[in-house]
Design a protein around this ligand. Sequence first.
Ligand code: 2IT
Length: 451
Amino acid sequence: MEVKTYIDQLLTDVIKKNPEQLVFHQAVEEVAHTLVPVLERHPEYLKNKILERMVEPERVIMFRVPWTDDKGEIHINRGFRVQHSSAIGPYKGGMRFRETVTLGMLKFLAFEQTFKNALTTLPMGGGKGGSDFEPKGKSDTEVMRFCQSFMNELYRHIGPFTDVPAGDIGVGGREIGFMFGQYKKLSNEFSGVFTGKGLNWGGSLIRPEATGYGATYFAQEMLATRGDSLKGKTCVISGTGNVGVFTIEKVNELGGKVVAFASSTNAVYDKDGVSPEKLEFLKDLMFVKREHEFSAYIKKFPKAELLPAGKKTWTVKCDVAFPTAAENELDVNDAKTLLKNGCFCVSEGSNMPCTAEAIAEFQKAKILYAPGKAANAGGVAVSGLEMSQNSLRMAWPKEQVDAELQKIMKSIHKTCLTTAKEYGAAGNYVAGANIAGFLKVADAMLDQGLV
Ligand code: 2IT
């Protein structure tokens, strides 16, 4: 059978077997199409059904999470952990707490994570978990009771050599603290079972910054291939969680300026750029006050303005765009608007933020475009470094972690380019990332037999 026909058949089966898991279909489809030249060159992957195995997570855990709010009312949420691949290391990946979380969403994220983690050069498998619990608007004690109930089930499925969760949307230092505390109590063991921990109890310096810094380093590497840099560049981002905020910080350091940012509530245009002083205000708003809209920012810095309701930051003229929010936040019309306004570099700080049609526009226009599994791998890479520090019972200085992060982002960038070229897709970061990640995991699977 021709490889193209085989891929089409595989995708039909994935859709049939996983109805309604649209984002999972989308993630598999994006990877599968880029693997055609690999499967043509390596029939052993076909014979051993490597791709069929990869589209089926090794294990999925789904459970009830009952908890009581501050008034004593009972709530029931659904908890998940998708243990996707342990081919090259323990399952590793974040937890997402958000009202919209579904099994399909976590399957897509776990699938992506496996490829991303393979690119980091560190020994980590892929996983993802979470719940349809929405932490926004909940008190600290409600979040704690939820996290404890969540761990009452999950603790038996994870461990420093089995599965090491971390944060994602809706899960930051506070949630990791509560989950780690309950894990420690139930297992009677202080171990590196989570990453993104507090600095006093096993966390790594630079972990909160790592995803945003990494996506910015990746953009810098892409620009360097055209003899350019971020210096003097106008940038826009979307979300202002950990990723967005620390993207702004690194863009400032590298001499660029971020003129637009957003949350799920509204968006801001700040023509002069978010200076370091403004960024400190924004950090306080997002991380301390947990205010997810920007009226206080506009009041404090009156030259900034709110974009009209529903208008995305992608409508603001820029050279470089960093999607830093959620999947499919940048569609084909946004891509056309960005291109029309002269944007020539897109580095994905979040997971699958661009739709397939948007990516096709960027590729047709031959701009620099990096998919999340390469560009945002800095977060999980520093998680890997946190695991190393925990194993050594050491804490490395900031400069050392940041230098390692830069080295890893450079290495991922180089791997994407050389692999893409080797398989006839020069300059295509999507093909490069998918193929390089696939080869590492596939070869480990061949070595380890049919398990
Ligand atoms: O999407 C991601 O890479 C993360 N949420 C971070 C995962 C991790 O284990 O640090």
